[in-house]
Ligand binder design. Structure first.
Ligand code: BV8
Length: 224
């Protein structure tokens, strides 16, 4: 059995499926910086504005199709004779829809809803409103099951274990700006793991190997 392959993906993996990245030239939504909308403070201040932002993202993600990069990663996970850990910062479900069996969504997922009062989770409807009562406790405190800036990412223990089980770390389509995800490459290097970047343009972070180009071309090429 070969060693694990730890694959961290960011918005660049889904860019060619038509889903905007965070730091694209505009990177704004309804004149709001994403960082100003994806926060608990924004939700407390104007919950319907935040719900509208995620309703738009959820609708866009549902209309998007997995691209060749998602498909190549799902194939790798199915065919590799070791474990392929697909750790994603993305909240879309394109890897799952490409056939990936296990995806670690460290920043949550658009397809899930959560109750801010009792923590109950359920499949999110396409359109969510904060007045929607929680199916478990009935409180009108519905929120997207998304990790906002200032909140603790999900599955951090599983991610640490996956890194320690891997002998290759690959970062795909991520600018390496947001922590703790941005620190995983350095953790890999400290563990003596070989690190590879696949990105439209090199992010500038230190990797043993860098491949530049669109994910839909360079990910399938790298996987084969
Ligand atoms: C936490 C869900 C504590 C929401 C997201 C000061 C210094 C350091 C850190 C901080 C600081 N102040 C605050 C912090 C912490 C903060 C942070 O890092 N802030 C940044 C802005 C400095 N982090 C947090 O708050 C995190 N929580 O720290 O808790 C803690 C931590 C650990 C343990 C205990 C406690 C929570 C952060 C999560 C926020 N939620 N997403 C939503 O989606 O709406 S973050 C969101 O932005 C994404 O999930 C992703 O993580 C990030 C965007 O990054 P990318 O995915 O890389 O996208 P980006 O647009 O930046 O880049 C696109 C890339 O794609 C580019 O490289 C481009 O070249 C490439 N590309 C484009 N097209 C293509 C392509 N590549 C290939 N092919 C293409 N076609």
């Amino acid at each position: 059995m070969s060693g694990g392959i730890f694959i961290l993906s960011g918005a660049g993996l889904s860019a060619e499926s038509g889903l905007k990245t965070f730091r694209a030239e505009d990177g704004l939504w309804e004149d709001h910086r994403v960082e100003d909308v994806a926060t608990p403070e924004a939700f407390a201040r104007d919950p319907e504005l935040v719900q509208r932002f995620y309703n738009m993202r959820r609708t866009q993600a549902a209309k998007a199709e997995p691209n060749a990069a998602h498909q190549a990663l799902a194939r790798l996970q199915a065919e590799y004779d070791g474990t392929v850990y697909l750790v994603t910062q993305n909240v879309d479900d394109l890897l799952e829809r490409a056939g990936a069996q296990k995806v670690i969504h460290m920043h949550g997922a658009l397809k899930d809803a959560m109750c801010a009062a009792c923590g109950h989770r359920w499949p999110a409807p396409m359109e969510m409103h904060v007045t929607d009562p929680c199916p478990a406790c009935g409180t009108a405190a519905t929120r997207p099951d998304i990790v906002w800036f200032g909140e603790i990412p999900y599955h951090m223990d599983a991610i640490q274990t996956a890194l320690e089980d891997s002998d290759l770390f690959v970062a795909i389509g991520t600018s390496g700006v947001v922590y703790p995800a941005a620190g995983f490459g350095q953790m890999a290097q400290q563990l003596g793991i070989r690190t590879v970047e696949l990105n439209l343009e090199a992010s500038g972070a230190r990797f043993d190997e860098v491949h530049e180009g669109p994910a839909s071309r360079i990910v399938p090429a790298w996987v084969t």
